[in-house]
Design a protein around this ligand. Structure first.
Ligand code: G3D
Ligand code: MG
Length: 172
């Protein structure tokens, strides 16, 4: 099928090492996708075509850090042109959410203040290390468009999270 693309959307995936960024992207794209590697910035770009509820055909470009998450010099290239961001924390590791508050979110806001953000609490199949209160606090700081709990292991909410972000970017 070669349906006309109405939009091309760059979405970046950020968060600490091991929170499940790659697992979530791979779970989402599952069957039909292509992948490019940008060695200069240590990034995999997964390309997937989707159709939104309003019938628009979108080409999603999902950027996933393939090397060192804490690399500093090249991240403006990673962020450049992104319309949406998925910030991921690991519900079984509180530190990963503290780093969202301290590093990932402020950094993103500095480079792309107008970006649409969803916050994901991944690994909901494991015993949580965060309380409801902890989550409320971080939501109040970041004010994401939505907070969604997922598991790349069971697949729960994964499609919903990525599709939701695409929908809000397009309807905005
Ligand atoms: P990253 O890309 O953020 O660095 P990965 O994270 O996707 O590489 O995942 C890191 C580890 O967490 C992997 O374990 C992966 O299988 C596991 N993982 C990812 N998502 C989930 C989840 O939702 N639930 C559980 N239980 N585990 C998850 P390994 O052992 O392969 O390194
Ligand atoms: Mg990874």
């Amino acid at each position: 099928m070669c349906a006309q693309k109405d939009f091309k959307l760059k979405i970046i995936i950020i968060g600490d090492p091991n929170v499940g960024k790659t697992s979530l992207v791979q779970r989402y794209i599952s069957e039909h996708f292509s992948k490019e590697y940008r060695s200069t910035i240590g990034t995999n770009i997964y390309i997937k075509d989707i159709t939104l509820k309003n019938g628009k055909n979108i080409q999603l470009n999902l950027w996933d850090i393939a090397g060192q998450e804490r690399w500093i010099r090249m991240r403006h290239k990673y962020y450049n042109g992104a319309r949406g961001a998925i910030i991921i924390g690991d519900l079984s590791r509180k530190r990963s959410f503290e780093n969202i508050e301290k590093f990932w979110y402020p950094d993103l806001e500095k480079y792309i203040p107008s970006i649409q953000v969803i916050l994901i609490g991944n690994k909901c199949d494991l015993k949580p290390e965060l309380t409801e209160d902890d989550i409320e606090k971080i939501k109040n700081k970041i004010r994401p468009q939505k907070y969604i709990i997922t598991s790349a292991k069971t697949g729960v909410n994964v499609n919903g999270a990525f599709n939701y972000l695409s929908e809000i970017i397009i309807i905005k």
